[in-house]
Design a protein around this ligand. Structure first.
Ligand code: NAD
Length: 175
């Protein structure tokens, strides 16, 4: 290989590296701008748009409530720990309403106070519909403490977070 050949190769390598770096930078910029614009919609109050937090939104009653809210042009955040719910239902809802700022899913347990507070800090909710629960009669008599925790103490955590963040509307479905 002569000197000219080597120089040509090193020029080509440099061009490939620059192109790869520019592509990576572009992808990174696109990704961060999409994330920002989507998360901003959930993070800020928007005139004329009511943002509802639906706990247990992957469950039976919750997912139907979410569908109705989305049909009626609400902005919805689902929080669910998927202990009982069905992620398939959430995916169907996301496919029906893919526009940015319509529906987001957050995987979290309502018993985790830090996680619940973070969710309230990062999102501008106008109201909460609370369906996250365990609700089987037989199981509730076999494991009463688990039921007290999940229904009573977790609901208190949620209500405290609402009070701390000035969210004043709660719709609560409970057996
Ligand atoms: N199904 C009915 O006919 C009916 C009737 C009246 C009232 N309710 C009440 O409505 C509520 C919801 O009932 P459902 O039938 O939709 O139940 P479901 O089990 O289908 O849904 C409950 C959802 O809450 C989630 N969840 C449970 N614990 C959680 C936690 N700690 N953190 C986050 N998510 C959690 C589950 O993963 C599930 O997706 C219950 O309080 C129930 O008693 C139900």
């Amino acid at each position: 290989m002569d000197f000219v050949d080597m120089k040509r190769r090193s020029n080509l390598t440099r061009k490939i590296l620059v192109a790869a770096a520019l592509t990576a930078l572009l992808v990174f910029m696109l990704k961060s701008s999409t994330t920002t614009s989507i998360s901003t919609k959930f993070a800020q109050h928007e005139p004329g748009v009511t943002h509802v937090l639906v706990t247990g939104g992957a469950g039976y009653i919750g997912s139907h409530a979410v569908l109705r809210l989305l049909k009626d042009s609400y902005r919805v955040t689902i929080v669910d720990n998927l202990s009982r719910g069905n992620m398939g239902a959430v995916k169907v809802l996301q496919e029906l309403y893919p526009e940015p700022g319509r529906l987001q899913f957050i995987y979290a347990d309502l018993g985790d106070a830090a996680a619940v507070n973070k969710i309230f800090s990062e999102n501008a909710f106008d109201a909460v519909m609370h369906f996250a629960a365990v609700a089987y009669v037989g199981e509730s008599t076999a494991e009463p403490l688990r039921y007290y925790h999940n229904i009573t103490s977790n609901t208190l955590l949620l209500v405290k977070a609402m009070a701390a963040h000035g969210v004043k509307t709660l719709i609560y479905s409970s057996t």
